[in-house]
Design a protein around this ligand. Structure first.
Ligand code: GLA
Length: 708
């Protein structure tokens, strides 16, 4: 008797999640993905429980939802693969050739199609601690030139009762807006052609039960870690089953493989929770902390930033910057980031991009005097760059007008007066690396704010579409910079949060969440971002009193309270502030420094609140302390507010309560006089809640709790 090439079932287990792959058919499929199964539960019994009959007026045997659903297998839903060779060889039908289970968490399945000479490798890793599944599909062409129109990451089925889809919309300065819609029969489809992760179509969805809340109910989260074009689909089939499909979106002919060439999809990150949306996010945060945080950043307290952009924009002078360095240091900043405007010809946003040489007219002795001043005040030096872009009005463009992506002869689309350099050209790549490397070598720069401020409207290179190649080239450039300067910290910015994803996070250390520093808007933006990203990745700055984007005037109490809960920074002209405002700002920075270890390592707890308020907290992994934030957004509907129930604490433990923000809280008056300094059980705080005081609209309250 010969051994069968594969076992019928393979099982991966995390601490809370199990995944069972069925390999009995020609193609592998996920038989089960959900809460952890009992050790005795077998694939065979799951299979027996899943047997379906022949549906009326349908095919004799329903095609399974395989890891790559194939039309040639009789699958009529959205396929996981669309390829051809000049109109032929579209009907790929792979068969499992080899399965390798490295350990209880990692599975790799090789399948081949002898007819079309295509090989697929599905890789699935269920991270045992975070329970996040990382999955990718590799396509290897063993025949003649192959056109790949679509190739999805491994397709995962969804339970029938998960009939609500939370997607992420938004715009510049209004990223990560959630929108929940009932799952339609047919396709829920989101497509992004912006050439970057985008402000309006974040590559993630959360699919959940109608009754799911922050703290209860079934939820499945998906995120495609990719900074280029993408397509997200949830496909409810006519037969009642639901498949999820995530892939890069290709323009016609964009992905073609010669004999022997291979294409690997971006990694799909997926997780499932039976206890609501907050635990789902905690799983993603744990994964980011363990796997997408650079080794030199693990456990490192991030520096409080001062960023020059909203303080002075392009109005730079050494004198002003020196004064800002002093002012920034005096309120507690630990890093000074010189934003846009420092390089040749850059007196506004219409010129200079590409000319990455220090502007002599502003800095006659280069950046050294400023760097010295920054060091003298004990700060680190960070610099803004936008490597992928060029202004037509620049020396670089005048010398190399052929270095840009384009769709000639179509008229060129300008956005923010700029064009996009074609990083797939070696000469462009080398020029940019040389410029960045030389700046980092010449000056004591420890931090780059890497910006990218326009969509790729015409992503053509040498006649073909090149978003994929451009995105890979950006990653390669980031990697090369990091290889040459291993301790450099890099922020991924794209007009705010336009390039916020796990793909870029593998090469960067901070995400600029949004250009809006309006603290009320920021609460919603940071909440949306928190579904997949932990606090330490979210740049959060205290902006000017009159928000530059919305024109809204907000108190320092609120601006500080909101920035405290991210990777905190200051982006306002401290020189213009009154002494009282500066004092309050310094107090907010101190509050952040006091608690940043907790904020950057604890478990986020989003609380379900009414439309007029907003609340969340961070609880230490061992339950020993917590910091909760409450904001009254609008006027109270009633004459007195209700109680706030604090989730995430240990029920049996007792907690000492301190009201730590704002600075002018009157803790001698009820109800704060009863709360402040008192001790309560975790159970009472969670199940009964704590009485909120009367507050003004747009004002915060931060409470610190310590286990006794
Ligand atoms: C983008 C960024 C801002 C700032 C400007 C500078 O809009 O998101 O933070 O750096 O560019 O031009």
């Amino acid at each position: 008797m010969t051994e069968p090439a594969t076992a019928p079932f393979y099982r991966l287990d995390g601490t809370a999640t199990s995944l069972v792959v069925d390999c009995r058919d020609a193609q592998p499929s996920v038989l089960y993905w959900g809460p952890r199964l009992d050790a005795h539960c077998t694939g065979a019994e799951l299979a027996a429980l899943s047997v379906r009959q022949e549906a009326p007026a349908r095919e004799a045997r329903e095609a399974p939802i395989t890891l790559t659903p194939l039309p040639a297998a009789g699958y009529l839903g959205r396929p996981g693969l669309a390829v051809h060779r000049q109109g032929r060889d579209w009907h790929v039908f792979t068969r499992i050739a080899h399965v390798e289970q490295l350990d209880a968490h990692t599975l790799s399945i090789v399948s081949t199609c002898d007819h079309t000479l295509i090989k697929l490798v599905h890789r699935l890793t269920l991270d045992p601690d975070s329970n996040v599944l990382a999955a990718s599909t590799e396509l290897i062409n063993e025949g003649a030139l192959l056109t790949v129109d679509d190739c999805c990451a491994p397709c995962l089925p969804l339970p029938e009762q998960c009939n609500q889809i939370m997607g992420f919309n938004g715009r510049w300065s209004g990223e990560f807006r959630t929108q929940t819609v009932p799952r339609p029969q047919g396709l829920y489809l989101r497509e992004n052609r912006s050439g970057r992760t985008s402000h309006d179509t974040f590559p993630g969805v959360i699919v959940h039960d109608a009754a799911t809340s922050e703290q209860s109910g079934l939820a499945y989260g998906f995120h495609l870690g990719w900074s280029g074009n993408h397509r997200l689909a949830v496909n409810e089939l006519a037969d009642g089953r639901t498949a999820s499909l995530f892939s890069e979106l290709f323009y016609p002919g964009e992905q073609r493989l010669e004999h022997g060439e291979r294409y690997t999809t971006p990694t799909l990150y997926a997780a499932c929770s039976t206890n609501g949306l907050t635990p789902l996010s905690q799983q993603f945060h744990r994964y980011v902390r363990a796997h997408l945080t650079a080794p030199h950043m693990q456990g490192k307290a991030k520096r409080v930033h001062f960023n020059s952009w909203e303080a002075v924009y392009f109005d730079l002078s050494e004198e002003k910057l020196f004064a800002l360095v002093d002012a920034a240091a005096s309120v507690g900043a630990e890093r000074f980031v010189l934003d846009d405007g420092w390089f040749r010809h850059r007196r506004g946003d219409h010129a200079g991009l590409g000319d990455w040489y220090v502007e002599d007219a502003i800095f006659p002795n280069g950046l050294t005097p400023l760097a010295e001043q920054i060091a003298k005040r004990g700060l680190e030096f960070g610099l803004w760059l936008e490597p992928e872009m060029v202004n037509p009005d620049s020396d670089l463009f005048r010398a190399h007008p052929d270095w840009v992506l384009h769709a000639d002869p179509a008229p060129r689309v300008l956005a923010r007066h700029q064009l996009v350099l074609d990083l797939t050209k070696q000469a462009v790549f080398d020029y940019l690396f040389e410029r960045i490397h030389s700046l980092l070598t010449q000056y004591p720069i420890t931090y780059i704010k890497w910006d990218m401020n326009r969509d790729l409207h015409q992503p053509g290179s040498d006649g073909g579409a090149a978003v994929h190649a451009q995105t890979r080239a950006v990653y390669a450039l980031l990697a090369q910079v990091r290889d040459a300067h291993p301790l450099i910290e890099i922020e991924s910015c794209s007009s705010g949060g336009g390039r916020t994803d796990y793909g870029v996070l593998a090469y960067t250390d901070r995400l600029w969440t949004s250009d809006s520093n309006d603290a009320l808007d920021r609460l919603a933006i940071q909440r949306g971002c928190s579904f997949f990203f932990p606090a330490e990745m979210m740049g959060a700055h205290v902006g000017p009193a009159d928000c530059h984007i919305t024109g809204r005037r907000l108190s320092m109490a609120l601006r500080g309270a909101v920035a405290v809960f991210g990777d905190m920074g200051i982006e306002a002209n401290v020189l213009d502030m009154s002494e009282a405002e500066k004092k309050e700002l310094a107090a907010a920075v101190t509050l952040h420094k006091t608690h940043r270890q907790l904020i950057f390592s604890g478990d986020l707890v989003r609380l379900d609140t009414a439309p007029h308020d907003h609340a969340f907290g961070v609880v230490a992994a061992d339950g020993g302390e917590a910091l909760f934030s409450y904001t009254l957004l609008e006027s109270q509907p009633h004459s007195l507010p209700g109680r706030l129930k604090l989730t995430g604490l240990e029920d049996q433990a007792r907690y000492h309560v301190q009201c730590v923000w704002p600075t002018d809280l009157d803790t001698t008056r009820e109800p704060l006089s009863t709360l402040h300094g008192a001790t309560f059980s975790g159970s009472a705080l969670r199940q009964h809640g704590l009485q909120l005081p009367l507050m003004h609209p747009a004002s915060p309250l931060i409470i610190h709790l310590t286990r006794r």
